[in-house]
Design a protein around this ligand. Structure first.
Ligand code: COA
Length: 330
C-alpha cells in the first residue's frame, strides 16, 4: 500500500496583479476575475528555474514526512517547463537535495503531470520497485508566455508542490484508484510550437498557443467523466468525498465540476485567485495548502483530478493516512 506522509509547496515571491496586465493590454482586472477567478499569480525571478522551485517544495515535504533526502529511493518530477532539454530537472533536484540513493526522472503530461506521476508512484511502490518516493510538480510557466496575447498570458503562473509517498503495511487504503487518459488527436488545442525537435526556437516563438473555448468545454466534460470513472471503480459516491483537489485552470471549470458532482464549496480546494494556472504544480500546491490549513484529517478521502495539454487527463482517489504510517515507523 502506498501513502502520502508529507506535503510541501513553494511560490516565487514576486506577485503579479491583474492591473499590471491592464496597464499595457486590452484587458481589465474585472474581466480576468469574472472569466477566470484569477486575481494574481507568482512570477519566478530571472535567476529562478523549475529545479529551484522544486527543491524548495521538496524540502518542505521531506520535513513534513520526517525524512531526510538520503532516505528517498526515487524522484518523479512532473513538469512541462524543465530547466534544460536534458538532463532531466529531476536529476538536478536529486543533486541539490543530496538524495544520494534516489533514481530520478521527469514526466511530462503538462497540467495532468502530477496526477500521472502519483499513479506511477503508486505502481512503483506496489510492485516494490521503490519504498519511498518524492513526487513533485514544478513549473515556470512564465517563460513560455507570449506577454502580448491576452487570451493566454493572464492565465498562468509559477510554483511547485511536492509529496512524499511511502510503502506502508499499516495503512488501510492509501493511494486507492487512479485512472489516466490521453487523446493526442487534440495536441494543437494547447501547445508550444517550438523548442523541441520539430522546430527550433529561431523559426517560431516558443510560446503557448491555446484554443481557450474548446479547451474549456473539453476540460469540464473530461474531468467529470474521469472523476466518475474513479468513483465507480472504487465503489463510492461523490457524497463520500471529503475533499476535491482539482487542477486550478479556471474557477468556472472548477465550479461546473463541483456542481455536476453535487459537492458543496467547503469540500473543494480553490486557490486559483492567488496563483493562476501553475500546470503540474497546481494540484500539489492546492493539496499542501489544504493540509496546512487543517482541512485534511486522518482518514479523509481526497480526490485529485486534472486536465491539460496533450490532451491528457486523469483522477486519483486516496485516503489520508500520514499519521498512521508515521506512528508505525517509530
Ligand atoms: N481580457 C479581455 N478580453 C479577453 C481576454 C482578456 N484577458 N481574453 C480573451 N478575451 C476576449 C476574446 O478575445 C473574445 O473577444 P471577441 O469576442 O471579441 O473575439 C472574448 O473575450 C470572449 O472570448 P472567449 O474565449 O469566449 O472567452 P472565455 O469566456 O471562454 O474566456 C478563457 C477565455 C481563456 C479565460 C477561457 O476560455 C478558459 O479559461 N479556457 C480554458 C483554458 C484552460 O483551462 N487552459 C489550460 C487547460 S490546462
Amino acid at each position: 500500500m502506498a501513502v502520502i506522509t508529507g506535503t510541501g509547496s513553494y511560490a516565487p515571491s514576486r506577485v503579479m496583479t491583474n492591473d499590471e496586465f491592464a496597464a499595457y493590454l486590452d484587458t481589465s482586472d474585472i474581466w480576468i476575475r469574472e472569466r477566470t477567478g484569477i486575481r494574481e499569480r507568482r512570477i519566478a525571478a530571472p535567476e529562478e528555474a523549475t529545479s529551484d522551485l522544486a527543491v524548495s517544495a521538496a524540502g518542505k515535504a521531506l520535513d513534513a514526512a520526517g525524512l531526510s533526502a538520503s532516505e528517498i529511493d526515487g524522484i518523479l518530477l512532473a513538469t512541462a517547463t524543465p530547466d534544460l532539454l536534458f538532463p532531466s530537472t529531476a536529476c538536478l533536484v536529486q543533486a541539490r537535495l543530496g538524495a544520494d540513493n534516489a533514481f530520478a526522472f521527469d514526466l511530462n503530461a503538462v497540467c495532468s503531470g502530477f496526477v500521472y506521476a502519483m499513479s506511477v508512484a503508486k505502481s512503483m511502490i506496489e510492485s516494490k520497485a521503490a519504498r519511498r518516493l518524492l513526487v513533485i510538480g514544478s513549473e515556470v510557466m512564465s517563460r513560455t508566455l507570449d506577454w502580448s496575447d491576452r487570451g493566454t498570458c493572464i492565465l498562468f503562473g509559477d510554483g511547485a508542490g511536492a509529496v512524499v509517498v511511502e510503502a506502508s503495511t499499516t495503512a488501510v487504503r492509501g493511494l486507492e484508484t487512479f485512472r489516466l487518459r490521453a487523446d493526442g488527436r487534440y495536441w494543437e488545442m494547447i501547445h508550444v510550437p517550438a523548442g523541441g525537435s520539430r522546430r527550433s526556437g529561431t523559426e517560431v516563438a516558443p510560446y503557448i498557443r491555446m484554443k481557450g473555448g474548446e479547451t474549456f468545454k473539453m476540460a469540464v466534460r473530461s474531468l467529470q467523466e474521469s472523476v466518475m470513472e474513479v468513483l465507480s471503480a472504487s465503489g463510492i459516491s461523490p457524497g463520500e468525498i471529503d475533499l476535491l483537489v482539482p487542477h486550478q485552470a479556471n474557477i468556472r471549470i472548477i465550479d461546473a465540476l463541483a456542481s455536476r458532482l453535487g459537492l458543496p464549496s467547503d469540500k473543494v480546494v480553490v486557490n486559483i485567485e492567488h496563483y493562476g494556472n501553475t500546470s503540474a504544480a497546481s494540484v500539489p500546491v492546492a493539496l499542501d495548502e489544504a493540509v496546512r490549513a487543517g482541512r485534511v484529517k486522518e482518514g479523509s478521502r481526497i480526490l485529485l483530478t486534472a486536465f491539460g495539454a496533450g490532451v491528457t487527463w486523469g483522477s486519483g482517489l486516496l485516503t489520508w493516512e500520514a499519521e498512521t504510517q508515521k506512528r508505525s515507523r517509530a
